[in-house]
Design a protein around this ligand. Structure first.
Ligand SMILES: Cc1cc2nc3c(=O)[nH]c(=O)nc-3n(C[C@H](O)[C@H](O)[C@H](O)COP(=O)(O)OP(=O)(O)OC[C@H]3O[C@@H](n4cnc5c(N)ncnc54)[C@H](O)[C@@H]3O)c2cc1C
Length: 451
């Protein structure tokens, strides 16, 4: 049976990317000030009801990019990419770059992303025009033939990291700095006293822990912890036009659809034999099935993919599926591929393998190699599908990334700074008050809710 200490200065709930990164960076900050971290000093205890990487971070595709239409997201991602680069080996990070390949309807917005990347010194190349885009793609892949493409944004930084290896790397670094990671312990409630809402102790399946501060990094389980904290199930959101929308549910779920084509990862190398950038294509060209030629969609659609030795194939995904039930009725456990409800269906396999064939001739007729195994998982989204990083009940810091977050390894560093009193300008646009105040992030034309 795992045991927990009677008291800790910081209790971190969740051993995913945010909990582990926050704990590790916090330990770094405290030690830099001469504070002893660990038993006998300032205790930072990470609790996970299952184990390191048991949530979304352990099944994520692992794509790391800057490409966001929202300036605040882009600046935050630029910081996170620099954190990945700081210790690529420990985080199993592959800096192969990232490409956003788009139709005309997204041209102007992607151009503005490029311009702002230049402004913040984030290296990228922007190609405009149908012929120019095709030529650029053919210099990478001679078999490129995606249609209705009029721009290519090639980010030279970013790439992907191996999900579990990255989490184990983070956990190892955190433990080496004195962080205690306790697996198999579930948080079941919060205590407060003396007429204050501040949390004085956390109840767990292994007993109560008195604490000074709580950090919540529970990914798809945020709805249940939010309820335990007594935070509002519904909120008012002031729209961009100034209209107030009442009774908007705080959380809703979507199902991420991902899978693997069981080819040798080398199959997807570039013309000059290198590992390619992560490819993300959106297009409004009709998509037909590579199996039987039937029309799959004639609306804007998108996919992403990369060769990945960890998944042992070409791995990627497409747009998420809506999860209809109210957040309180969604069964998050068992999570990910173990879920009886939220794994991808044959429709996804047909769509995604056809989309691969749409992009590159080498994938035509390969749909039979799609790996028929449960994959995908659900994410919990905020009303505007952007993160909330904020303090609640005086001493509870909630990191709710609205499913953007494997790539956001740097958020933990910024949160650690805020925990010791250094306010972060990069986190400020993600406060909860933005909903009531109408300071919402701009919305892009992308078919994905996270672009
Ligand atoms: C299929 C899929 C693919 C994705 N691909 C990408 C990608 O390519 N790039 C990207 O940037 N993002 C991606 N995401 C999103 C990203 O994975 C998540 O946003 C991110 O991992 C969330 O991290 P987290 O630390 O908040 O939560 P998690 O990694 O989910 O960790 C939360 C942890 O909290 C624990 N926990 C929950 N409740 C309790 C409790 N009561 N007590 C104790 N412990 C508890 C869980 O066991 C879990 O280990 C993907 C998501 C999915 C589902």
């Amino acid at each position: 049976m795992p045991t927990v200490p009677e008291a800790a200065s910081y209790v971190v709930i969740g051993a995913g990317v945010h909990g582990l990164s926050t704990a590790m960076h916090l330990a770094q900050r405290l030690r830099a000030r001469g504070t002893t971290v660990g038993a006998g000093g300032t205790r930072i205890v990470v609790l996970d009801k299952t184990g390191v990487g048991a949530g979304a971070s352990g099944i994520a595709c692992g794509v790391v990019r800057n490409n966001y239409y929202q300036p605040a997201m882009r600046e935050l991602m630029a910081h996170s990419v620099s954190v990945w680069e700081r210790d690529a080996e420990a985080y199993s990070y592959h800096p192969v770059g990232y490409m956003q390949i788009s139709p005309e309807v997204m041209h102007v917005q992607v151009n503005s992303i490029y311009e702002q990347q230049r402004a913040i010194g984030y290296e990228s190349v922007f190609i405009e025009g149908a012929h120019e885009s095709l030529d650029y793609m053919k210099t990478l892949f001679s078999d490129w033939h995606a249609r209705n493409i009029t721009s290519v944004l090639h980010e030279k930084r970013g790439g992907y990291a191996n999900n579990m290896a990255a989490m184990q790397g983070l956990a190892k670094k955190a433990k080496a700095l004195g962080v205690e990671v306790v697996e198999g312990v579930s948080v079941t409630g919060f205590r407060s006293g003396n007429g204050s809402t501040a949390v004085t102790a956390v109840d767990t399946s292994a007993g109560r822990i008195a604490c000074d501060q709580v950090i919540v990094g529970v990914g798809p389980w945020i709805n249940s912890i939010w309820n335990l904290l007594g935070l509002p199930k519904s909120i008012s959101v002031k729209g961009r036009d100034g209209t107030l929308h009442d009774n908007v549910r705080m959380w809703h779920y979507m199902a991420l659809q991902e899978g693997t084509l069981g080819v040798d990862p080398d199959f997807q190398k570039t013309n000059d034999g290198r590992m390619p950038p992560v490819i993300h294509v959106d297009t409004d060209a009709p998509l037909h099935s590579d199996r039987d030629g039937k029309l799959i969609t004639d609306r804007l659609w998108g996919l992403y993919y990369k060769p990945d030795f960890h998944f042992n194939g070409v791995q990627g995904g497409a747009m998420p599926a809506v999860v209809e039930p109210d957040a309180d009725d969604v069964r998050v456990d068992p999570y990910g591929p173990k879920s009886p409800e939220f794994v991808v269906t044959d429709n996804f396999a047909d769509m995604w393998t056809s989309a691969l064939a749409f992009c590159q001739q080498r994938f035509e007729g390969q749909h039979g190699l799609y790996r028929q195994e449960p994959s995908g998982g659900i994410g919990c989204f905020t009303p505007d599908s952007f993160p909330v990083f904020d303090r609640f009940r005086d001493n509870v810091y909630v990191i709710a990334d609205s499913n953007h977050g494997f790539k956001m390894i740097g958020v933990g560093e910024l949160v650690a700074g805020e925990l010791v009193g250094d306010a972060s300008a990069l986190l400020t646009p993600f406060r909860f008050s933005r909903y009531a105040e109408g300071r919402l992030h701009p919305v892009s034309n992308s078919p994905f809710p996270w672009s």
